[in-house]
Design a protein around this ligand. Structure first.
Ligand SMILES: Cc1cc2nc3c(=O)[nH]c(=O)nc-3n(C[C@H](O)[C@H](O)[C@H](O)COP(=O)(O)O)c2cc1C
Length: 216
């Protein structure tokens, strides 16, 4: 039983990465073999629009033909039982690196048939963990929900199942007194980090437990 998590934040020990680590620990607690990949360690680009993955009878039909650091990750994903993506919200959607990664992950395995079908070889569990400054109440104002729903529907369509975990109002800076960020109340942020973030971590852990339990 293998579960892989993909961190779309440049920060390796902050909110997104911590939640992904929790999810993997949850999966490992049920006996899963886990891997965490930091996208910002990799050198890659988004979809090149070469259409090798769509070429009739082509040797790359249904797989991404681009060769770079993401090739190996996409190959690994074909062997896992669970995939958990994680990204901070940047300007209302996922980070640029995560967006580029998703183009590579999804486009090659979504056939342009009518209706579209998935060319991914198996059904696997998938999840998406999002972290953001926005509060739950601001979710609609910034239209973040639309991106979350769209990603969930693509993941479901291609891999068979998906769930989303949204972590709001995260702690963003080491020291709020050193940055211009008057719109945030550092004390409120610190309180939330102490009181709410551990609950988000527990939800992530349980996602990992759930994935591993469904697989085994
Ligand atoms: C470039 C950039 C853009 C951001 N845009 C948004 C945004 O549109 N909405 C939001 O709620 N938070 C936004 N944030 C805040 C991050 O989503 C939030 O701090 C997140 O938890 C960071 O994740 P990390 O700690 O894993 O790096 C932005 C942060 C950065 C650096």
């Amino acid at each position: 039983m293998k579960i892989i998590a993909i961190n779309g934040s440049p920060r390796k020990n902050w909110n997104t990465a911590t939640l992904l680590q929790e999810a993997l620990e949850g999966a490992a607690s049920q006996g899963a073999e886990t891997t965490l990949v930091h996208l910002y360690d990799l050198s890659f680009k988004g979809c090149h629009s070469c259409f090798a993955c769509k070429t009739k009878g082509g040797k790359s039909y249904g797989t991404c033909a681009v060769k770079d650091d993401v090739s190996l990750i996409l190959k690994k994903i074909r062997e896992v039982d669970g995939l958990i993506l994680g990204s901070p919200i940047y300007f209302g959607t996922v980070s640029g690196e995560m967006k580029s990664f998703m183009e590579r992950l999804l486009f090659s395995v979504l056939a342009y048939t009518d209706p579209p079908v998935s060319l991914f070889p198996r059904k696997i569990q998938t999840g998406f963990v999002y972290t953001m400054n926005a509060t739950e109440e601001q979710l609609n104002t910034y239209r973040i929900e639309r991106h979350v729903a769209l990603n969930e529907s693509y993941l479901k369509r291609i891999f068979g199942a998906s769930e989303s975990l949204l972590c709001f109002d995260t702690y963003q800076f080491d020291d709020y007194s050193k940055v211009v960020a008057d719109r945030f109340d550092p004390e409120k942020k610190a309180r939330r980090r102490e009181e709410v973030f551990p609950k988000d971590c527990e939800k992530a852990f349980q996602m990992g437990v759930r994935f591993a339990s469904k697989i085994s």
